[in-house]
Structure formats: structure tokens, C-alpha cells
Design a protein around this ligand. Structure first.
Ligand code: EPU
Length: 458
């Protein structure tokens, strides 16, 4: 798959297959500068939106990550031409010849990502039918798609579940709906937006997700010609239009990656300037970072600013926090921060309320010497929908604990980055297996680590 994408776009560097194990000699602070580009969780969705348009789209600041490569492959299979633009990180999409792709070809992407489910609306509008392979993504909970399918059926889609994937058709086109999400799911909100913008009539979505990546997707769709109103109280109203054009867009920066480097600075007693990080998208993270004792400084200079994050002269302090939908503390910020909390004085509590099973990675941290216990109870205040269901979704972290080197196996993207940070913070040589998974969401992470002074080798 990699080689076919390289032939088509030459956007993705052709890398010789290397060992999937990174040897980390930890114990030194990470210091220096890294740059973050467009947010993975917007860029991949904006790429899907190009299919809805009838003219070319351009996107800047696209990171070279595996998820972008996977979506590129899917778009190309459906006849969208994807070519590099004249600037570094620019991609151009030409959707003038969207066509049906074979099930076998699409199934090459089975299990690779969760993005294919978002192609339903765009393909139904362009072709009248769609095939969606089995989804992949991180194993952090059940990750059902019931909201997606229920909404699509209400729009008028016929959905057939087959062993090889989902077959969808829309014999009478898609029609606007009134829909209430039981939980403000990011993916389901995107699904409904991508289906509603070209559906006949008005769609009213209540209890929608309003993450900055969703608002940025709405900006993309508006540039294409959509009419979308974001009301108070998580209500989004979409007036369907018959035709959409292309867009030119610079995505919001990746606030998950930015926070990952910030947590790496704290955990390793380092000092990292994250060029491209934007305060407005990270307010909740910055508040917690400051409560722990971390120092930061926002640089808004016109030459392209960022945020400098550093470890204080004194000790870190324990905190209690819970993950939540926006504007709460992002679930994806949790894992790298927990490594830093293992170095803070006292008992920290992290209550995960977005995914039921996102603490599996703490076992490896415990083997490295971190003092972490995971509980089924909703610890730290508000009961959540996972209470009394038997999911171990609250963690208590006692610190500071001395971390020692260990062999680690990376389980998923964000957990993987936290394992890497732990290996950086630990004295001695760790072998981190499965590091290629990190390429899914972190561009050139090895180059960035080396630039920060990390002692790493394949
Ligand atoms: N949910 C349902 N039914 C559905 C859809 C979701 O019950 O039909 C539940 C999920 O089980 C979960 C909760 O709703 O408990 C939230 O899931 P959501 O749909 O919001 O997540 P997602 O769209 O699958 C995106 C990001 C995740 C990020 C979450 C929350 C992408 C590709 N993924 O996932 O990012 O954690 O929103 O912000 O945008 C990552 O980047 O590593 C990552 C996992």
C-alpha cells in the first residue's frame, strides 16, 4: 500500500522498512524546538470532505503521517486525484471523476483506520452507493458506530451489514433529519455534517460535539458552499445545498501532538518550544499544566508563534482531573500527562469519561516503577456513564516514582507516545517495540526526538 501511494503522490517519503524497535537511552531532559502541523483529526476529515465537492481543493500544513496516507489511498481508489502542491505540506485534491471502487481494493484498507466510515455521506451523494471496510483505529474501548448507522438510515440510506463490511445505497437520495445524539460523539457529528450538507432540506443535530476540529471542519464545508449554523447548547443546523465546490484551507494545528510534547517536557525535566501550538485550542490543558507546576509562555509573534513548555525549578504537584468532551480535558491528552504525573509529589487522580478502556497502557508504566492503580469507580467527583459497569476507568497515580528502563510493546497511538516519554524519562536503555504505530499520528517523531537531544536508535 505504501509503495502505491508513493507512486501516486510522492508526498510520502519512501522509507526503507526498518526494524520496528526503538532503542531509547533515557534519563536526559528533552530540550529544544519541534513544529506541529495540521491536526490529524481535522486533516483526515477535510480530505474526506473533498469528495463532496465538484472542483479542486487545496490544503496546507498536511502532516506526513500514516493516517493521511491511508485516506489518500482511499480517495485515490475512488477516483480523487491527490497531488502534492507547490509548498511543503500542501496537497491538492481533484474530485472531478469520483468513481466506484471494488470491494477487494477497498478491503486492502480494512482494519487500518476509523476514517472510512466518514465516506458514507460523500460517496452516497456522489455515487448513490458506498462500501465501507471493517474499521480500525486504537483499541481503547468498544468504539461502536450505532449513532452513525442510525443517523444514516434516518437520512434515507439503506445499510447492509455483510461479513466483508458495510454496503450502503440511497435509492431516493438523502433527506435532512432532526437527530439527537445520546453522547456528543466527534465521529457521529462529522458523519451527520458530511451527510447533511448536500441532503435535501434542513438537518438539526442536537447534543453535537463542538471540538475545535469539528468547528474547523464546518469552516471547510462553509468554504465549499455549505450553510451551517452552530447554535448555543450544542445544536447545529445544516441547510442542505444541491452542489458544493472546493476549498483552500490551512487546518488548525494539532493540539494533541502539542500537548504530547508539553507533557514530554514535564516528564523529562525538559524545556520544549512547540512551534505552531495555539493557546486557544489548549486552554484546558494549559490550566492543568500550570496546576501541576509546569511553566509555559505563549509566543504570538507574527513570524509564526508557538508555546514554550518547561519543567519548573521545584517539584511538580499532584492534580485531580477528568477527561471530557470539549471544552473539557481531552481524552487524548491523558496518556502522556500521566507519565508526568508519575513524577509529581502526592496522589493524582485521572477519571476517564470518554472511553471505557483507556488505561491499559499503565501496566507497562507500573512495570517501569510508576505507582499507578486503576479502579472501576468514578473517582474524583462526577459520576460518568461508565460507573458501575465494571470498566477500570479511573487511575490513581502516586508520585514521585523513579522510572527504570524496560522493554515495552506499544499498544496504541497515544499510549505509545506515553511509553516513549516514559522510556525517555527512565534511566537506562529501554527497547520500545511497535514504534511504527506512532507514525499514524506523529509526524517525524524520531527526527523531532533527536532534535530534542534524545539518544535513540533503530
Ligand atoms: N460512541 C458511541 N456510538 C457511536 C460513536 C461513538 O457510543 O456511534 C461513543 C464511543 O464509544 C466513545 C465516545 O462515544 O465512548 C466518544 O467517541 P467519538 O465518536 O467522539 O470518538 P471518535 O470520533 O471515534 C475521535 C478521535 C479520537 C478522539 C475522540 C474524542 C478521530 C479520528 N479520532 O474519535 O482520537 O479520542 O474523537 O475526542 O478523530 C486519536 O487521535 O488517537 C484518537 C483516538
Amino acid at each position: 500500500m505504501l509503495s502505491s501511494v508513493v507512486q501516486h503522490t510522492s508526498f510520502f517519503r519512501s522509507e526503507a522498512r526498518m526494524s520496528d524497535v526503538l532503542v531509547v537511552n533515557g534519563g536526559a531532559p528533552l530540550k529544544g524546538e519541534v513544529t506541529v502541523r495540521g491536526a490529524k483529526n481535522l486533516v483526515s476529515k477535510a480530505m474526506v470532505a473533498t469528495v463532496l465537492g465538484e472542483s479542486r481543493s487545496r490544503m496546507f500544513d498536511v502532516p506526513r503521517i500514516r493516517d493521511v496516507e491511508i485516506v489518500t489511498g482511499l480517495l485515490e481508489l475512488h477516483g480523487v486525484k491527490v497531488t502534492p502542491g507547490e509548498h511543503d505540506g500542501e496537497l491538492v485534491f481533484d474530485p472531478s471523476n469520483v468513481e466506484r471502487a471494488g470491494v477487494d481494493e477497498i478491503n486492502v484498507h480494512a482494519g487500518s483506520s476509523r476514517i472510512p466510515i466518514l465516506l458514507c455521506g460523500p460517496l452516497l451523494h456522489r455515487l448513490g452507493h458506498a462500501f465501507i471496510p471493517e474499521l480500525g483505529g486504537c483499541n481503547i474501548g468498544g468504539r461502536p458506530i450505532d449513532f452513525h448507522l442510525e443517523a444514516l438510515r434516518r437520512f434515507g440510506a439503506v445499510v447492509d451489514k455483510a461479513p466483508e463490511g458495510l454496503h450502503l445505497s440511497a435509492p431516493d437520495g438523502l433527506h435532512g433529519i432532526k437527530y439527537h445524539l445520546d453522547y456528543p460523539s466527534v465521529g457521529a457529528t462529522e458523519q451527520i455534517l458530511l451527510a447533511a450538507v448536500r441532503a435535501k432540506g434542513v438537518t438539526e443535530l442536537s447534543n453535537a460535539a463542538v471540538e475545535p476540529e469539528i468547528i474547523d471542519l464546518i469552516c471547510v464545508l462553509q468554504k465549499m458552499g455549505a450553510i451551517i449554523k452552530v447554535h448555543t447548547n450544542r445544536v447545529i443546523e445544516i441547510e442542505g445545498v444541491p452542489r458544493l465546490g472546493g476549498f483552500v484551507h490551512r487546518p488548525i494545528p494539532d493540539r494533541i501532538e502539542a500537548a504530547s510534547w508539553a507533557s514530554a517536557a514535564l516528564a523529562t525535566k525538559g524545556d520544549i518550544f512547540v512551534r505552531g501550538a495555539r493557546q486557544a485550542d489548549m486552554m484546558t490543558y494549559l490550566n492543568v499544566f500550570r496546576s501541576i507546576g509546569g511553566e509555559f509562555e505563549v509566543d504570538d509573534s507574527p513570524s509564526g508563534g508557538g508555546i514554550r513548555f518547561w519543567h519548573p525549578v521545584g517539584d511538580l504537584r499532584a492534580v485531580a482531573l477528568e477527561t471530557d468532551v470539549h471544552p473539557g480535558f481531552m481524552t487524548d491528552w491523558q496518556q502522556p500527562l500521566v507519565v508526568a504525573l508519575s513524577q509529581a509529589n502526592g496522589l493524582s487522580v485521572v477519571h476517564e469519561t470518554v472511553y471505557e478502556n483507556r488505561f491499559g497502557y499503565t501496566e507497562a508504566l507500573a512495570q517501569m516503577g510508576a505507582n499507578i492503580q486503576v479502579y472501576q469507580d468514578c473517582l474524583g467527583g462526577t459520576p460518568c456513564r461508565f460507573g458501575r459497569m465494571g470498566f477500570r476507568h479511573s487511575a490513581v497515580i502516586a508520585g514521585p516514582a523513579k522510572l527504570h528502563a524496560h522493554d515495552l510493546i506499544i499498544p496504541d497511538l497515544r499510549a505509545g507516545f506515553s511509553h516513549l516519554i516514559a522510556a525517555m524519562a527512565a534511566e537506562g536503555r529501554s527497547r520500545v517495540h511497535g514504534v511504527d504505530l506512532i507514525n499514524r499520528g506523529y509526524e517525524n517523531f524520531e527526527g523531532k526526538l533527536t532534535a530534542l537531544g534524545a539518544d535513540i536508535a533503530r
